[in-house]
Design a protein around this ligand. Sequence first.
Ligand code: FMN
Length: 393
Amino acid sequence: MANFADWQLGIYFAGLGGEKPAYPVAYPELEARAAAAMRERDPDGAALYDYVAGGAGDEFTQAANQTAFQRWGLAPRMLAGAAERDLSVELFGRTYPTPLFMAPIGVLGVMDPEGHGDLEGARAAAQTGVPFVGSTLMQDPMEDVAGELGETPGFYQLYMPNDHELAESLVRRAEAAGYQGIVVTLDTWTLGWRPRDLMHASMPQLAGRCLANYFTDPVFRSRLEKSPEEDPGTATITWAMTFGNPTMGWDDLAWLRALTDLPLLLKGICHPDDVRRARDAGVDGIYCSNHGGRQAASAPALDFLPAVVEAAEGMPVLFDSGVRNGVDVVKALALGATAVGIGRPYGWGVALGGSVGATWVLQCLLAEADLTMGLNGYRTIADLGREAIVRVG
Ligand SMILES: Cc1cc2nc3c(=O)[nH]c(=O)nc-3n(C[C@H](O)[C@H](O)[C@H](O)COP(=O)(O)O)c2cc1C
């Protein structure tokens, strides 16, 4: 059986013919290259780059997401028979070949050089077997995006609008399009304090970008006097009025639970009490995340993961925030995550080269995660128990 790590051999062999890697293999260079490309091709590129790279407040939270991984180390085991690895995971009755997934990115559509980043993310899913979680905020309608997923399951992320009929319509469309689960994001009932975006006085959606799922929705369109094609300005304002949902509560969740038989996951849960509440509410999975440090400033994500896993009592726990390399992936798995979400890194891949760029980034992460497991003596994810990870420093 081939290991994901074998992919690096292709780079070395290509090098014998003088070929250098088309894209960076390490995160800092990846982000720097994407920043330069985004700035160059778009007069608004600096604002868009800052929208993606930036976060809430002094951005300590997003920096801490990355340094949190450095406080953990893996315990190396020798002569452990880990020459061949199996990185597959079970989730909602399916086997996935990798423990990764692409986290929802609401401006992925416009990060792509051709302006179809959601389609490109779905194509990367088809190429790698890494599931794509499509954001509510897509530049192409969710049905078109689902059409690019190939054999790889996709998930639909729902920002619960303050209009139940519209929420139902979005969920029904996701079901009909074949998405395999609904990820409800809870931490964005209003926008975080984001100094970079404030200084650009810019928010992509308010400029009418990435609103395709709304503008194509029959219920949303029924709320308008003129179609979004005739009057995009009013349609965008109507979107802004329906997006914020400050009064959303556990009742809305019960309503959503009753609405669909698809697996329901809650994104943004970090406190064990909320995990227990969610379990009682009948959800199928917890998605521990601090939105990459973009929403509630100072809330750590990785530090909560072990307690979240414990409170979940066997329910799947997805994790994201701050994962930048394959070693981080393995650490999150060892701390109990069922699957690990990649955010900005694959977004930068899309910015550099659409699905090819995203596939590159995912292959780097998989190769490094696989090698990290092998060299440390862990053959499967089940072998990565809590004794595999130690607190350092
Ligand atoms: C530019 C950008 C847009 C995002 N849009 C969404 C979104 O539409 N829905 C959502 O649930 N999370 C969204 N997120 C959060 C990601 O799903 C994920 O939680 C986060 O990126 C993980 O952190 P990382 O980027 O440090 O890996 C967004 C993140 C970024 C960077």
